[in-house]
Design a binder for this molecule. Sequence first.
Ligand code: ADP
Length: 405
Amino acid sequence: MDDYAIVLNAGSSSLKFCVYRRPEVEAWRLEARGQIEGIGTSPRFSAKDAQDQRLADDGLDRTVNDGRGALDALAAWLRSRYGGARVLGVGHRVVHGGARYAGPTVVTPAVLEDLRALIPLAPLHQPHNLGAIEAVSERLPGVPQVACFDTSFHRGQPAVAELVPLPRDICRAGVQRYGFHGLSYDYIASVLPQVAPEIADGRVIVAHLGSGASLCALKNGRSIDSSLGFTALDGLCMGTRPGAIDPGVILYLFQSLGLSASEVETMLYKKSGLLGISGISNDMRVLLESAEPDARLAVDYFVYRAAREIGGLAAVLGGIDGLVFTAGIGENSAEIRRRISGACSWLGIDLDQDANLRKGPRISRAGSRVSAWVIPTNEELMIARHTGALLGISGPRLMARTTGV
Ligand code: ADP
């Protein structure tokens, strides 16, 4: 009988999952990945195998209208496909680990309580992440679960990088810069020694450019600063989020335009960034193909802001040795990589245009003072690795804790 670990990434309207087969020696092997999208509107289940072959793509009953319903639908699919197999552990992406969780942790009732206290710091994500943990513990009570945080990788940054310069009593209540996309940066840092050994121990900026976008300054493989802060709104321009803006604008929205807190929240999380500027789309592909002036302005601003923030983090690092592009835009758009690299040529990046079109991994010329790279991220694999390591189910320290799917 085969043994598996399941990785879950539960959001407000989607439940993403990966199924990994227990490693025989070192590496976790992906068996299937997929998602339930449109939870609450028109739910749809899709799954692919490790070779990207379709395993399922079906509309679901509209009664699948919340996270629990989605987990039930996933469990039914897992039973039909892997019936009789054993689940060794479930790893979860959890957006916020606060100041306390500087690494992944096995979930206990006390941990869950700590994580619930962080809901006000990530109200759009944390409740869904925790809901998935609770639903799994009800359905598979004997199966250990591991929470892997988007914030952990950034713990240990210098005090000035974590500081929000408000009165200290406000900060003591948890207002500090946490940083996000940590699982992505953790993964990139973990593969640098193999993919880009010449910069792995150096000063590297990683640009995670997806629908959420941020930068991380790595020194010796450790995060020393990042562009996302207290929430996932800071820093770079994103698909629907503005990135850094003058906080006075927010006061103006409340005081002069009379918007409510929930209207401002919706504007900041769902209506700004590329979508807000262009008025057309939050999808970089659509904007790059559009001739509309506002679409061009949105792309120009995305590149401008990225170059500006890269300059800032280069100052923090005292210069850089490498720049790594990752995530949806970073991995797939040669045009955006070309434009950001061009704007950073003053740092010493000399792009190799052909390598850039081929997606690298190295996309700078041999003599470039600063090297540039494309490295696909893999947050789910990072979660599987952490889950295996914490539960002692990877590599030689194999220890089966089992329950039927
Ligand atoms: P998420 O944060 O949802 O995980 P991804 O990392 O998958 O996001 O990135 C999604 C974004 O990547 C899409 O919104 C799209 O704008 C962008 N993207 C994907 N492929 C391309 C491409 N070929 N060119 C430009 N942008 C792309």
